[in-house]
Design a protein around this ligand. Sequence first.
Ligand code: ANZ
Length: 847
Amino acid sequence: ADVYDFQAIQDKWLPVWDELKPFAAGKAGDPRPRKYILDMFPYPSGDLHMGHAEAFCFGDAVARYWRGQGFDVLHPIGWDSFGLPAENAAIKRGIDPREWTYANIDQQKTSFRTYAPSFDWDRVLHTSDPEYYKWNQWLFLKMYEKGLAYRKASWVNWDPVDQTVLANEQVLDDGTSERSGAVVVKKKLTQWYFKITDYADRLLDDLNQLEGSWPSKVLSMQRNWIGRSIGAEVDFEVEGYDEKVKVFTTRPDTLFGATFMVVAPDADLAADLVTGATPEIQAEFQTYLTAVQKTSEVDRQSAEREKTGMFIGRYAINPVNGERLPIWTADYVLADYGHGAVMAVPAHDQRDLDFAKTFDLSIRIVVDTTQAVTDVVPVIALDDNGDPIEPFDIESIDPAVTGKALGGEGRLTNSGPLNGMSKSNAIKKAIELLEERGTGRAAKTYRLRDWLISRQRYWGTPIPILHGEDGELIPVSEDQLPVKLPSSEGLDLKPKGASPLGAAEAWASVTDPDTGRKLRRDPDTMDTFVDSSWYFLRFLSAQDNTQAFDPAEADKWAPVDQYVGGVEHAILHLLYARFITKVLFDLGYVNFTEPFSAVLNQGMVLLDGSKMSKSKGNLVEFDSELKQHGADALRLTLAFAGPPEEDIDWADVSVQGSAKFLARAWRVAKDVTSAPDANWSKGDQALRRHTHRFLAEVPGLSESFKFNVVIARLMELTNVTRKAIDSGAGPADPAVREAAEVIAVALNMFAPYTAEDMWNRLGYPATVATVTWRKADPTLLVADQVTAVVQVDGKLRAKLEVSPKISGDDLKALALDAEGIQRSLAGREIVNVIVRAPKLVNIATKP
Ligand code: ANZ
């Protein structure tokens, strides 16, 4: 056809690519260096949407770019196909979750085929296939062996709608479930955990390596999530109680200001301390605890909420001064942070102050914040004349009066051996004192909690553990894996707080072949974040049924060079993948400690400034856009709309404009009349210079993801070439062919069908996607004119604007002819002319 027809081009090239499999990576003997480019794999919760279109457009541009730079590029695709949405949809429709899941996967595969990201389809994986989840179970067993997978009874986040536990990461800031939107409550359950807290320091410290190649926002979100606090742990004796009570504090310098102690009501410690108290106190405590359990963690930490709590009838002894501190319980202290108890310093901690004011407890200032602190060594506070500083004006800053705790820098007071010290020196000194007396020590604590991985739901990886009647835990032996998920037939999948798998009697009940005793399978399934924590390694050996992945392949390809996906995964997925990578490193399966060397977060696709959604009725459907405009125009539009990190408003873009440009580029290739062996060096110089400037500039732009600028440059080069064809060098000029070829090769990053068809019209076999980019010719990058200096007897006499390629003879002739030179020679005899084209001519005369 002589007109650009995207449908015809798609229909023509798709079967050719299927046949050629140009994107199968890692062929034996391939000498090219390698790159691993990965998009976050999709969840099959429906059709692909515009968000997928955008993410995969950028990921594919990166993959295609590196192939063009001569790399063997691995760019795989798979599906994150276990999880609640499938199960909830299945319940609603009364079908098997498998049915819904795999139908959606098929639908998404069909869209992807047309959209044509350069995937290696031979490596496709679905996490809900037993061939995949077998290795989740293997990973679980390895972690169990190392003590990194363990069971404990604890208060968990409970989603009352989905009737399942949630990881902390799945509870939103407002205290609701990320999945169901329900207000999350606390429930005490025995659950499986992965011991991510053992890795807290490494997860935090290794973020420094990623500085510059991960979005800084993601780095800071991870840092906050891990939340390392440095301070001390202090042991308090409690009257009439055998054990010591530990508290964590970031301010051991304020120990002399502690006036009471507060224990979290839901900590085991509180229940213990209350045992033996008066019946009135015990009853009051039970009532209080019940109320607290209905309160969300967010409310408990809220500064606005009125403080609640009660005195539990006991006293702790302050180890630094022997003072008796009344012990209270209050819900602003959390059971699972630090030691679940605090030494309250109301003068210097706002929460403690609010509490002290509510319950009329005493307040003692120990840091005088009116005193400037300049010392590094401990000194007694002296003024400029060396005199002791007068007592400060307590009225103006008294927290009991102002209601404001004194949090800032200052000088210690009312604190015995710490008096006069700066805050930071006092912290050091207090820790020394505690350590000397054996009543405390330097300590760190983290916001990060262990990763709760068990779910009471059907559609996930069964946990490979058997339970004996005596409570013994027996890991399934590795040769018995996978523990396959039984059919959902006859099972009630509706959430009810216990896993539906427990009711699959034939599956759940097992007889130990050695001892004949009755065992029961663990009925819970794994959090799907386990599946996605290591999937990037499975792609390396997707067909290998003997191991999770081949360490030799991991050596070759991993870590992932460029990971592309949404910022919504800044914490959960990326943190878990980093953790599991470190575990696999410690187990000796991989030789790197970070899974993703670089991360790119693409923005969102909006419509009229707001997020698209079915419920808002403002959904731009990917499939219909794809049908209407074709893959190339859609991809080009997304890539041209702006930097990848920024949101795109679909109301502001022009898919028609993209289609027009593609037709223009395509016609350039169609109009070329020279043969593929044309001698470029003979071509039009101005056009060649433009082409080579493009070649010089585009790699840098592409490597910094400025794809919108690359497309702008492609448009310019196309226009210049069009002009050369119509009103300049003409269609037969070799420079026109050169430009058309460069356009086709670069356009392949965004519009693979159009590029392929151009390449074909230029006389080459498929596929343009594996053609290595030409390098810019440096001689074509120099400016059109350079300045030549002409000297007579070493003195500057003239400057000439000449072509950088001028010959020595031509330059000499020009120099001798130049006006100023003739004047300065004034008839003198020339004995020698030295020419260094194009920059210098030196004329020597007879003295
Ligand atoms: C005494 C003190 C005095 C404190 C002072 C602060 C200021 P970050 O920085 O978030 O780690 N704390 C300890 N365990 C707690 C728990 N389970 N629930 C609620 N609060 C708890 O906070 C550390 C501080 O939070 C600790 O230092 C402790 O109060 C409190 F002028 O101890 B501090």
